[in-house]
Structures are given as C-alpha cells and as structure tokens.
Design a protein around this ligand. Structure first.
Ligand SMILES: [Zn+2]
Length: 382
C-alpha cells in the first residue's frame, strides 16, 4: 500500500493495520525478541496520520531556537534542554546545507522526558490509541508524524549526543517530505537517507560496529529484500524481526545508490518523485540499473570482516566476525606475543556472523584474531 493512498484517505485502514502490527510486536517482545541495543531502542516511527495538528496535555516549555519550534517537557533538566535546543539549530542547519534548500516551514520538535509522557504526547498529538501509544513509547525513541509534520522524541531513550543524532534523523524525514512534496517513496529509501544523515551527525554515538556488520549480513544473506521494506507496515514487521540493524541495512542501500549517481543524483531523484515521477523509473534512468540490480550489488558487497571493540573495564574486547557462510563451522585463531596461539572452531549464525570476546583470561598485550581469511589486531592493555 502506498503512502499516496494513505494520504488520499485510507488512513483509518492503515491505522488498524498498524495496530495489528503493534499487537503482534508486543506479543513477540514478551518472548524476548524485542531488540534493544545498549539500552537504547531505535528510531523511528514514521507513520501516516490524519494531519490535524493537535495539542497535548503534557506541560511543554518553549525554548529559544533560531531555526525550529522546540518545546521541551519541564521534566527534562534545564541544561540538557538548552543543549538540545541549540543542537536542533545546528542539525537543522546541517540538513539544510546537505540538501541545498531550507525547510518549507520551521520544524516542530517536541521533547518528552519519560516514556509515559512520550506515550501520552503521542496519543494526544497523533491520535494513537492508548495501547498503540504505549507500545510506541516502549519500542521507538522518536516519531516523525507525517500528517502533522511533527517530530517527537523521548529523552529517556538516550543521552544528549544520541538525542541530537536522532533529531537529525527525524529532521531528515521532514526535509525529504518537503523535497518529495509528500509523495510516495520506498520506506527503505526514506529511512536509509535519514540513517545516513544520523550516522554522519557530529558526535553521533548511536551506531555500533556490530549493527553495521549485521546490516551488511542481512543483505548478503538475502534475509531482507528491498521490496520487503518498501511500505511502513512491512518495515515495522521487519524491525520487530531484526531490530536496529535494519536501519544500517537501509543506509547501505542508499550508499549503493550514491556509488552510481552520487548524492546530487539522490537529491535529483527525490525532486523528480516530488514532481510526480516514480522512484523506480527515475532511478533506472539515472543509474542505468534497476532497483533489483541495486539489490544484487548490495548483496554482493560483503566480504569477510572482523571488527573489534575497545577494551572494557574487565580487560575484554568484543569482536564480530562477518562471513558469507551462514550456519557453518568456522575456525578462529587468536595469536599474540610470546608465541600465544589459541585455535577453536565455532558455528556462524543464520547471517554468517560469529561474536566472541577475549582478553581477561590472557596476559594484557597485542593480539590478532584470524578467521575466514580476515584478521584484526587489537590491544587488551587498558
Ligand atoms: Zn526514520
């Protein structure tokens, strides 16, 4: 179902469909499959609603901001609230610079202090049922409401830096909405561009190496096809299955587009969609490839990689080995100073990944982990 259709009047049907999705997700999370990484559930809920701008009973304070209307719940500490207002300005400026145009109207950004007030705000502002609002508040850190062009974020879902990156993500949705004049785009493209902007935001700390590798593995293993994440309902279903790496997957898809047509080509494609052209036809003409061959390129881009975290307080590093061999035995070697050598066999998961940790049981020093013709060298010295 397309967004154009939603905006054209089937909003009620979609709201019901989303509610079913939410119920399904809520049930799934009871079994522990609701993905949460680093104590922070990811952005963003990108939904169609009725379009009527409403108010909320949550007390909000208007903060001075040059480029946006920023309102913050009184519960958010004052110094944090002022910092966020300032960062909204910087983010709005960065988004405008990268898109080469100003926002059509001042962005409206609402910052809620807790999951409860975020749920109440979402219910008041966007007309969600209390059940849907509760689900959204526990699952997503932010909302871009397409109907009212309002960004709402949940302060309790992340710290100051993450909040800034996340607001930049949501502001990107607003800019894309401007550029496409609200016309239909595949959701993976909308989310991919927003995630790309978020990844590039100054001080962005909202992405982990493991999510990036998992995003690539989702492509390489064929777990996700772009056509499976083209509409909002399917996207949220997939998010319930794979969690945050879905956003990394979408960002990779946009990078693959950029390799063919550049950032200016991506912007021109969005503008063409705004003028009424279809995304597929526009991209095919510009890139000389179909969305299907874009997908094939994305699938083929994965080579074996090992990424290692920094050392933690216990003297351990975490490492992720990405291979092109799902559910397969994999020989791993860890070598180090003084003839240290440890070799063992593991089994990759359904995406071809294996995750391990190393350090506290060995002398602090420099080590190299080797597997699947890839290697990474790290130090366990704190
Ligand atoms: Zn988003």
């Amino acid at each position: 179902m397309s967004r154009v259709v939603w905006l054209g009047g089937l909003v009620g049907v979609v709201a019901i469909a989303l509610l079913i999705v939410f119920r399904g997700d809520a049930a799934a999370s009871d079994g522990g499959s609701c993905t949460q990484v680093d104590g922070f559930v990811h952005f963003c809920m990108n939904v169609p609603t009725s379009g009527a701008r409403r108010e909320t009973s949550v007390p909000l304070i208007t903060l001075p901001s040059a480029r946006a209307d920023v309102r913050v719940e009184a519960a958010v500490p004052g110094s944090d609230a002022l910092a966020v207002a300032a960062s909204v300005d910087r983010s709005a400026e960065r988004v405008e610079t990268l898109f080469g145009r100003t926002f059509g109207a001042r962005p409206r950004v609402l910052l809620f202090g807790t999951s409860d007030s975020f749920a109440r705000g979402a219910s008041d502002l966007f007309g969600y049922s209390s059940q849907t609002a509760a689900y959204v508040s526990q699952t997503y850190g932010g909302i871009f409401d397409r109907g009212t062009l309002t960004i709402a974020v949940n302060w309790s879902s992340g710290g100051r830096d993450r909040m800034s990156a996340a607001i930049e993500h949501e502001l990107t949705h607003l800019m894309i909405h401007d550029l496409t004049q609200g016309r239909e785009l595949p959701v993976w493209l909308d989310e991919g561009i927003a995630s790309l902007m978020e990844q590039g935001a100054p001080n962005s700390a909202s992405w982990s190496f493991d999510e990036d590798l998992t995003g690539r593995a989702l492509a390489a293993s064929g777990t996700i096809r772009l056509t499976q994440v083209a509409n909002v309902g399917d996207f949220h279903n997939m998010y319930a299955r794979v969690g945050r790496p879905l956003y990394a997957f979408c960002a990779d898809a946009v990078r693959a587009m950029e390799e063919r047509i550049g950032w200016s080509g991506v912007l021109a494609t969005l503008a063409a969609v705004g003028d009424g052209a279809s995304f597929e036809a526009t991209y095919f003409t510009r890139a000389g490839e179909s969305p299907a061959s874009l997908e094939a390129r994305l699938d083929a881009s994965t080579v074996s990689t090992i990424v290692v975290s920094s050392v933690d307080a216990s003297g351990n590093v975490r490492y992720t080995i990405a291979t092109s061999l799902p559910n397969s035995e994999l020989q791993v070697s860890i070598t180090g100073d003084r003839s240290y050598r440890l070799t063992f066999t593991v089994r990759t998961d359904g995406l071809g990944l294996y995750r391990g940790s190393f350090g506290s049981t060995a002398t602090a020093g420099t080590y190299t982990v080797l597997a699947a013709r890839a290697s990474a060298t790290f130090s366990t010295t704190r």
